[in-house]
Design a protein around this ligand. Structure first.
Ligand code: GRG
Length: 297
């Protein structure tokens, strides 16, 4: 990524982190413990990919001030963090580390971690609807955003994917099932982020193009995630490697091997880049997409 685009990415990330801090700081002290747990996981780092996608798609669709949607874009990070907290719970993947720190339930206990995830989930919709009440988002667009986001994380999306994942543990699943699982579990939220950016801009005819880009990116992203679980390190990933193997999970690497997985991730990245041609001024996203293919975290 060139220096100009790196500076733009840093700017987006700074905006997101600033808004996330304001969002949790606005919560009353009465619920101090659960708010601390939410902040602990939310502010532990992370790439902030999903909110960046929201703002960048709004910008590529003609929005001159995408930063005005930073708070709305944070709804994706709130949901994403909720899913990570719940995914780490003993009844799910039982992971002790996340984003370089003990997972939420290790730091706060299972009960508070469960509630912190729940609270982040509802907070996402509170933030979106409040942005409409504040006049930042036209009300009909806010309703569309709530519709897209709630479908993406429900039984046809993230939760559905997680159920297939849980039920597939220790079993041999084929590539088709793995694709469905990952499209729902990881892909749906990435697609929601891209589509929500388009909706915020009001250029609705661009939705299918953003969705096509996101589908290819989402699959490439998950394949790289699987590769890093084998080739990465605790230091760069912020969690132990080898967790998929330990939990007897079928991944792209176990099904296809490292080399083929890398080749398919590359092919999907090229496909994603092709879908960007519909948009104007896509250089930043093009570089970010390529960077995600070679990421180490
Ligand atoms: C238990 C009710 C209930 C629901 C939970 C756990 C769950 C539903 C869904 C799991 C979704 C999940 C954790 C998908 C994994 C997606 C993925 C590749 C996460 C890593 O994303 P990055 O690399 O992480 O963007 P950072 O830390 O950089 O933000």
């Amino acid at each position: 990524m060139n220096d100009m685009n790196k500076a733009k990415l840093d700017y987006y990330i700074e905006l997101v982190e600033g808004e996330l801090k304001k969002i949790t700081a606005s919560k009353p002290e009465l619920q101090g413990e659960v708010v601390k747990a939410m902040e602990y996981s939310l502010l532990a780092g992370g790439k902030r990919l999903r909110p960046v996608l929201v703002m960048e798609f709004a910008r590529m669709c003609g929005e001159k001030r995408p930063e005005k949607f930073a708070r709305a874009a944070c709804s994706l990070e709130l949901i994403h963090t909720y899913s990570l907290i719940h995914d780490d719970l003993p009844c799910m993947d039982n992971d002790d580390f996340r984003r370089g720190k003990p997972s939420c339930h290790k730091a706060f206990g299972e009960d508070i971690a469960l509630l912190a995830g729940d609270a982040l989930n509802s907070l996402a919709f509170e933030v979106l609807s409040d942005e409409a009440i504040a006049g930042v988002i036209p009300p009909e667009r806010a309703i569309m955003l709530v519709s897209v986001l709630s479908k993406a994380i429900g039984t046809d999306g993230m939760i559905g994917g997680q159920v297939i994942d849980l039920r597939s543990e220790g079993k041999d699943i084929d590539l088709e099932t793995l694709n469905v699982l990952q499209t729902c579990k990881t892909g749906a939220l990435i697609e929601a982020a891209c589509v929500m950016g388009v909706i915020l801009s009001g250029r609705f005819e661009a939705v299918p193009f953003a969705a096509d880009y996101a589908k290819a990116l989402g699959r490439a992203f998950q394949i790289v995630d699987d590769i890093l679980d084998v080739t990465g390190s605790f230091e760069s990933l912020g969690k132990p490697i080898g967790s998929d193997e330990q939990q007897h999970k079928t991944t792209y690497v176990t099904l296809l091997g490292l080399e083929r997985s890398q080749a398919i991730a590359k092919q999907l990245t090229v496909e994603a880049l092709g879908h960007l041609r519909y948009f104007e001024d896509y250089e930043f996203l093009s570089q970010l997409t390529q960077e995600l293919l070679t990421r180490q975290s």
